[in-house]
Design a protein around this ligand. Structure first.
Ligand code: NAD
Length: 316
């Protein structure tokens, strides 16, 4: 089943077929393993989002929801960083258009030298981009929400460290898929900075090995098929369930269990906002859906939040 097929449009029975396929997948999937698709859905799916667009009305509505929220959570994916020059996975020209995701699994990395060689070839190219990337307007807007007291936490699937670079305190960022700036030996746990490993790769090493014990070095990021970090996953689930507003920014919402987070929030009664260029499988649940670029949209929303907060403070 292709990942494109994971985007349900509830027309002509296609969604029913999709649901059957998805429930078969979800039966076999470990709740804490990182994978594509395969999550159960709440019943009663298919209603159009209550508001859709990227006009003034939707921006105002999201700003109002943020001002009213007591525990707003932002959830980000690779799409929040494309305006910083880091390609996402699934957009046209994205990473999976050029590389086969099935080759970059945890099992291939651990199990074969060839798997590690291919991984590091791709890793060398991507890390060069990630290391030099600067936060964009969306990262700064999310950090500003924190300064305004309007962010419970930011749950991110990203490994690029850009939320922290934008000024969001590390304790406010829950990294579901790890962080690419660090690496470690899987045998003796010796930590390495990813910058050091990059120097080795650029000087001709094709498969880095631990200098203490010759063990396998792996970046602190989660590969497909690898167990999710339990503490972060449980923390993210708990924050999603206790949020009263859940704002998705730049995610295709097809990688589980991360993609479950908006559903946890929605089931627990939170309002759901999705800001994403392309359609996502969760669009039918959104209270506000904005299909536009994250940077300008988030910056505009935060401007409106600030005006509202300033207005309410100036009232005697
Ligand atoms: P994805 O590639 O599956 O989806 C990205 C989504 O963002 C797409 O639906 C696309 O339409 C949207 N998008 C792209 N540019 C946008 C923009 N400027 N504004 C708004 N939306 C935009 O990525 P994902 O959902 O995050 O899931 C895939 C996995 O990719 C995650 O596990 C993550 O770890 C990994 N990843 C991370 C990075 C990063 O750290 N920057 C980069 C690539 C992949």
């Amino acid at each position: 089943m292709s990942e494109r097929g994971l985007c349900p449009r509830n027309r002509g029975g296609r969604y029913t077929r999709l649901r059957l396929a998805l429930s078969a997948v979800s039966l076999t999937r470990n709740r804490f393993a990182c994978g594509r698709g395969g999550y159960p859905r709440p019943s009663g799916v298919g209603a159009p989002p209550s508001e859709k667009g990227s006009g003034m009305r939707e921006l105002d509505r999201v700003a109002e929801l943020i001002v009213r929220a007591e525990r707003p959570v932002v959830f980000t994916g690779a799409g929040v960083s494309t305006e910083s020059g880091i390609p996402d996975f699934r957009s046209p020209g994205g990473i999976w258009g050029r590389f086969d995701p099935d080759e970059f699994t945890y099992q291939n990395f651990i199990g074969t030298e060839e798997g590690r060689r291919k991984y590091w070839q791709l890793g060398r190219q991507l890390y060069a981009v990630v290391r030099n990337a600067r936060p964009n307007a969306a990262h700064y807007a999310i950090a500003e929400l924190h300064r305004l007291g309007k962010l419970d936490c930011c749950i991110t699937q990203n490994i690029d460290n850009l939320h922290q670079k934008a000024g969001l305190p590390p304790e406010k960022v829950i990294e579901l898929h790890g962080n690419a700036t660090r690496a470690r030996c899987l045998t003796c746990e010796r930590p390495y900075s990813r910058d050091e490993i990059q120097e080795w790769l650029e000087s001709g090493v094709s498969i880095p090995a631990c200098t203490s014990c010759a063990g396998i070095i792996k970046p602190n990021t989660i590969l497909f098929g690898e167990a999710m970090p339990a503490r972060e996953t449980l923390e993210a689930e708990s924050r999603a369930k206790s949020s009263d507003l859940f704002v998705v920014v730049g995610s295709s919402l097809v990688v589980s269990p991360a993609a479950m987070m908006p559903l946890h929030a929605k089931r627990a009664g939170a309002k759901l906002v999705i800001v994403n260029l392309a359609e996502t499988p969760h669009d039918p649940y959104a209270d506000v859906l904005i299909q536009d670029k994250a940077g300008p949209v988030m910056a505009e929303i935060v401007n409106r939040v600030k005006s509202r907060l300033a207005g309410s403070r100036s009232v005697p």
